[in-house]
Ligand binder design. Structure first.
Ligand SMILES: NC(=O)c1ccc[n+]([C@@H]2O[C@H](COP(=O)([O-])OP(=O)(O)OC[C@H]3O[C@@H](n4cnc5c(N)ncnc54)[C@H](OP(=O)(O)O)[C@@H]3O)[C@@H](O)[C@H]2O)c1
Length: 279
């Protein structure tokens, strides 16, 4: 079987970064490790996990089982809410590395801003240190609103390289994307298939998918990748893993994009990180 050929975008420092990665939440144990190994063997090189998912050991196992050189696999992990703070973030991150069996992660993110704790800036300072020490190659955040990004930048002068946010044709996040572009932040989309929003059943998406003779998931992914957004779809199924990273033949036009725009539920329909916190 031919290996997937995955397109790349560029981080602010010029590093090439895959536009299609692999989500792993809820993939645990032997079954999870073998799904992750399968994705890596197919050609995925960006693997998304988090301390909160309780599956970093399975990700590490999947990586070792895949036979892929650990330096070629870009593992993202995230600092859990309970690990925020100057020292706790360092301890949390080192524990993640131990579970993953890695010397360093390619990307480490603050998982949620959790404003009630007021520790996001301290946590960000620790990520900056970890990058300077070479323990993390790239650093960023997840679920940060524009004003929350600005707070980190104002306090430290360092802009996150990535913001991973809830995004799909059902949550198009145009204003947030414009802010990211202005700041040179690469956007990653979690939930890119819009399952929580019932996206796959929407008539407009099905119409575009039927026109191109592909399943709705691949239309959602193509739509995001066309905008330079990194998608991290999750699938336990080897065929769907491959399908999700094979978007080359799909060419969306202005009519398609106009139909998909009708699906946008609006910025405020995304999980609100001013209110929603995770630990
Ligand atoms: N930063 C955050 O706060 C945050 C929050 C949530 C998620 N995430 C990350 O984002 C990743 C992706 O998000 P997600 O897992 O919520 O949702 P998702 O990737 O949008 O959707 C996953 C679901 O879609 C199904 N699926 C995958 N490919 C498909 C296809 N081609 N056709 C039909 N169904 C398909 C999967 O089932 P099968 O396994 O049966 O294929 C699975 O049930 C997560 O795994 C995690 O790494 C981050």
């Amino acid at each position: 079987m031919t290996a997937l050929s995955i397109p790349t975008t560029t981080l602010a420092d010029g590093t090439a970064f895959p536009l299609i990665g692999f989500g792993t939440s809820s993939m645990r144990g032997t079954e999870g490790a073998s799904a992750i190994a399968e994705a890596l063997r197919s050609g995925y090189r960006l693997i998304d996990t988090a301390a909160q998912y309780g599956n970093e050991a399975a990700v590490g196992q999947g990586l070792r089982d895949s036979g892929v050189d650990p330096d070629e696999a870009l593992v993202t992990t995230k600092i859990a809410g309970g690990d925020q703070g100057r020292d706790a973030a360092r301890e949390g991150y080192l524990a993640s590395l131990r579970r993953l069996g890695l010397e360093r992660a390619a990307l480490v993110l603050i998982h949620w801003p959790n404003p009630s704790r007021g520790l996001a800036v301290d946590t960000w300072r620790t990520l900056i240190d970890l990058k300077e020490e070479g323990r993390a190659l790239h650093i960023g955040v997840s679920n940060f609103r524009p004003e929350q990004l600005q707070e980190l930048i104002d306090a430290t002068g360092v802009t996150p390289e990535v913001n991973q946010i809830q995004l799909s044709p059902a949550l198009q996040r145009r204003d947030t994307l414009a802010v990211h572009r202005e700041l040179g932040i690469v956007t990653q989309a979690w939930g890119p298939l819009g399952g929580r929003e019932g996206l796959a059943d929407q008539f407009a998406l099905r119409r575009v998918a039927d026109k191109h003779g592909v399943d709705p998931s691949r239309v959602s992914l193509r739509w995001a990748v066309d905008q330079g957004i990194v998608v991290i779809p999750k699938s336990m199924n080897p065929q769907r893993q491959r399908d999700n990273a094979t978007l080359d033949g799909i060419r969306l036009d202005d009519d398609d994009r106009a139909l998909l725009a009708s699906l946008d539920l609006g910025e405020e329909a995304a999980w609100d990180s001013r209110e929603h916190e995770e630990w």
